[in-house]
Design a binder for this molecule. Structure first.
Ligand SMILES: [Zn+2]
Ligand SMILES: [Zn+2]
Length: 390
């Protein structure tokens, strides 16, 4: 097969996409997926960096054109590779063969478009200066897979990083892109309210943790309205409340869990502080004790302005249309690559959305990517990476 021929490349990538769709693997179990990516890249003569990753891999295309200012430039593209524990409900001829697992988030497209972009750049490496690293990342659905990649030194020389996601709210040929925040910081909390259990008819013998939990829930919901700048997006959801075993016993314990989403870093810090103060203050007022467990997950993703403009320009030059990328209080662990805390320094990045045909949302059992997007997506990413490294 001549991969320099566009028609043949399209056919090849479509076949690979179907293979990946048929063989979905869950977070950190992507062994077959990784082996296949490795085989395809090696077959195209693309170098794979020898990182000791259990799943996922990093490939590199080294440009052969000398860099005018002598500076070594490296940019990266993140492609996530894992699937979801969903029973597929499509009648596609290439539907999942691993029952109960499904590429319902389009990561099969991410893999294939990434491989396609690498093949296109490898063919033009004589005209390319600098290096492009292709990060095939495990465990995005777990929101911590990026941290596995960041245990390697892959980002040490990376100047900028690109990421993308399949977008079933837009047609093929539409790129969603914007400068600024596009995904939220994802934090998780658990609260334990310790009271004193007693008979349901004699609450004065104990400390009922249930009204304390109720007051805490009310209190937590006022943090956004009263403490966070009204122009800043933020959200709190209490998603689990548990207490008691029967109708005539006041329990000793009430437990809650939930999530906080913020965009601005200062709001994230403020929210955690106010949540702790609210929980502890209310518990004390009721004579109970409360404990807060706060778990930081991925930070917010902030798209660099210069990169967003470049992504837009390239889309238009490829005959695509651009729309303002929808902001989401969902998260993506792509943001870890840009953070000082995890990447070692701040690295500008841009996370964009590639229209995959309007249909069921991601994570839906009937989610489906229009295969006509595969080659244009690969070409678009290759063009963006080429332009960015110039
Ligand atoms: Zn997903
Ligand atoms: Zn996804």
């Amino acid at each position: 097969m001549d991969l320099q021929n566009e028609k043949q490349l399209e056919q090849y990538l479509t076949e690979q996409f179907e293979w990946f769709h048929r063989h979905p693997e869950l977070s950190y179990e992507e062994a077959g997926t990784t082996a296949r990516i490795r085989e395809l890249l090696a077959g195209a003569g693309i170098e794979i960096l020898p990182y000791p990753l259990a799943t996922g891999l990093v490939a590199v295309v080294r440009g052969q054109k000398s860099v005018p200012d002598g500076q070594d430039r490296t940019i990266a593209l993140r492609c996530d590779i894992d699937a979801l524990p969903i029973v597929e409900e499509t009648d596609l001829p290439y539907a999942s063969e691993n029952r109960g697992k499904m590429h319902a988030c389009g990561h099969d497209l991410h893999i294939t478009a990434g491989i396609g972009a690498a093949i296109l750049l490898q063919a033009r490496r004589e005209q390319l200066c600098g290096k492009v690293k292709f990060i095939f990342q495990p465990g995005e659905e777990d929101a911590r897979g990026a941290l596995k990649i960041l245990e390697t030194d892959v980002m040490h020389d990376v100047a900028r990083i690109w990421g993308f996601h399949a977008d079933p709210t837009n047609a093929v040929g539409v790129i969603g892109i914007r400068e600024g925040y596009v995904t939220a910081a994802v934090d998780r909390f658990a609260i334990r309210v310790q009271g004193i259990g007693c008979h349901g008819a004699h609450p004065d013998d104990g400390i009922d943790p249930i009204p304390v939990a109720a007051a805490i829930i009310q209190g937590l919901h006022t943090i956004i309205g009263r403490n966070i700048n009204a122009f800043h997006p933020a959200l709190l959801s209490v998603t689990k409340v548990q207490a008691g075993t029967t109708w005539n016993v006041i329990p000793a314990l009430a437990e809650m869990e939930g999530t906080v989403r913020t965009m601005q870093r200062e709001d994230r810090v403020l929210y955690e502080r106010r949540l702790r103060e609210t929980v502890e203050g209310i518990a004390t007022a009721y004579g109970a004790k409360a404990e807060v467990i706060w778990i930081d997950s991925a930070p917010a993703t902030y798209n660099d302005g210069r990169m967003a403009r470049l992504g837009e320009e390239i889309a238009l030059s490829q005959g695509m249309r651009t729309v303002p990328e929808e902001q989401s209080l969902g998260g993506d662990d792509f943001s870890y690559y840009m953070e000082e805390e995890t990447a070692g320094r701040q690295i500008p990045g841009c996370y964009l959305k590639i229209g995959t045909g309007v249909g069921h949302p991601i994570h839906h059992p009937a989610f489906c990517v229009d295969r006509n997007v595969i080659l244009p997506a690969a070409k678009y990413l290759a063009a963006v990476l080429t332009a960015d490294i110039e």
